[in-house]
Design a protein around this ligand. Structure first.
Ligand SMILES: Cc1ncc(COP(=O)(O)O)c(C=O)c1O
Length: 435
């Protein structure tokens, strides 16, 4: 740890002071031989698990063939094959094209480039509590100020922000379903008061907010938003960097909402542990950028592409989407019992295997319980379970466990989480109600 702080800037956040030695499936082992259950998956990058056998085999085989040529300089067939498979799998029965990048942020940046090239319009609308990355454009699209944006200004212009369907903390103080999903319809109003519709290239959204705390909009929210976009010739970009690849119980969360994005952004679990991002979209939109206008030196590196192909094979073979639903339900059932017991569990929410609980000081005030959340994360890693916090107020515990987590492992992890709630909430003087 001393060497780390000497050699690495403090801006690189330290989640857990544990040095990893090896990992397999849902398990990690540290350099001292301690064992951990991993419910973080490198922030949702390991839906197929650590060192998924097919991924490891594919990487080894590719390393023995060639490792880098730059696809624009010397192409290789595997890149085209992965693009074809992504085109086939992405929602929508229209002709699609795909290209690859190195990260989620880079993929978001490129989706914006493509949307602007196609529409010849400048503006992008993003949502409150959104997270889209740490590059200049993606910081502009991201909502949370600290630590992501503050001090790094100025950002690129023509980014506008509207409220998301965060029902637990509704920006309009309305209640679903009586509100009639006012926040979705309100997009129309933004074209009068915020930015003209004919200036907007795209609306970008995460189907379920990732860093924003797994906020899960009502089922009709995105259908309304997409309808409004279509009416005004605005593209809809789905950022499925965190929701993608089976996490929500379908390969893409858009399927769960019954929507077809014009552009789909993926990364994280696409690479099965290697850096790989992608933009997939309607062919005519994707071809709007001129020759040489897209790409990069390493995007779609052959080793990462082989890992991506192996990830898709794993999804075809192993019913991981169904498993995501089971794991999510396993957590939600248990968490609902905890909610009866501890009033500080304000909301349990999620979609499929993307589940979270928002912690508050009291049910009435809904004051975010950020320090308690931190203490719970800490208790968990001190007792062998890695969990992540999230949310604009830092008061959400989110689970991104590998979808190969067994029932026994989930049970073991939830027992630790329950003990963490007990230890932290109890020590802060809250009377436990009998269930
Ligand atoms: C929804 C979403 N978009 C974009 C990103 C940025 O991805 P990366 O960190 O690979 O640049 C993230 C990362 O957490 C994300 O959750």
């Amino acid at each position: 740890m001393g060497r780390r702080s000497e050699a690495v800037p403090r801006g690189i956040y330290l989640g857990t002071p544990i040095y990893v030695a090896k990992a397999d499936g849902a398990l990690l082992e540290d350099v001292d031989g301690n064992r951990y259950l991993d419910l973080a998956g490198g922030i949702g990058c390991l839906n197929v698990g650590h060192r998924s056998p097919g991924v490891v085999q594919a990487i080894h085989a590719q390393v023995d063939r060639h490792m880098h040529t730059c696809f624009q300089v010397l192409p290789y067939e595997s890149y085209v094959r992965l693009a074809e498979r992504m085109n086939e799998l992405a929602p929508g029965k229209f002709r699609k094209k795909t290209f690859f990048l190195n990260s989620g942020a880079e993929a978001v940046e490129n989706a914006v480039k493509v949307a602007r090239a196609y529409t010849r319009r400048p503006a992008i609308i993003a949502f409150e509590d959104a997270f889209h990355g740490r590059t200049m454009m993606t910081m502009a699209l991201t909502s949370k100020t600290h630590p992501y944006k503050a001090g790094f200004e100025p950002f690129p212009g023509d980014v506008y922000r509207v409220p998301f369907a965060y029902c637990y903390r509704c920006s309009y103080s309305l209640k679903y379903p009586e509100c009639g999903v006012y926040c979705a319809h309100h997009l129309e109003d933004s074209f009068k008061r915020v930015v003209a519709a004919e200036s907007v290239a795209a609306v970008i959204a995460e189907p379920v907010l990732g860093e924003g705390g797994f906020v899960t909009p009502p089922s009709e929210f995105f259908r309304i938003v997409v309808e409004i976009c279509r009416k005004h010739g605005i593209l809809f970009i789905a950022d499925e960097v965190q929701t993608g690849f089976g996490r929500t119980g379908a390969l893409f969360a858009c399927e769960r909402y019954g929507i077809e994005p014009d552009l789909l952004v993926t990364a994280k679990s696409l690479g099965g542990g290697l850096p790989l991002g992608a933009v997939t979209g309607r062919a005519e939109i994707m071809d709007a950028a001129g020759e040489g206008g897209l790409g990069g030196t390493f995007g779609g590196n052959p080793v990462c592409v082989e890992a991506g192909l192996a990830v898709l094979d794993a999804f075809e073979q192993d019913s991981l989407c169904a498993r995501a639903k089971q794991l999510g339900e396993g957590f939600a059932q248990r968490a609902r019992r905890w909610q009866q017991q501890w009033p500080q569990i304000g909301e349990i929410r999620g979609l499929g295997g993307m589940q979270a609980m928002e912690l508050v000081r009291s049910r009435e005030s809904r004051e975010p319980a950020a320090s308690e959340t931190k203490a719970i994360v800490r208790y968990c890693y001190e007792h062998g379970v890695i969990v992540l916090s999230a949310g604009s107020y830092g008061n959400v515990i989110r689970l991104l466990m590998p979808l190969v987590t067994t029932d026994e492992q989930l049970e073991e992890a939830l027992a630790v989480l329950e003990a963490a709630l007990q230890a932290v909430l109890q020590s802060r003087g809250v009377a436990v109600q009998t269930v």
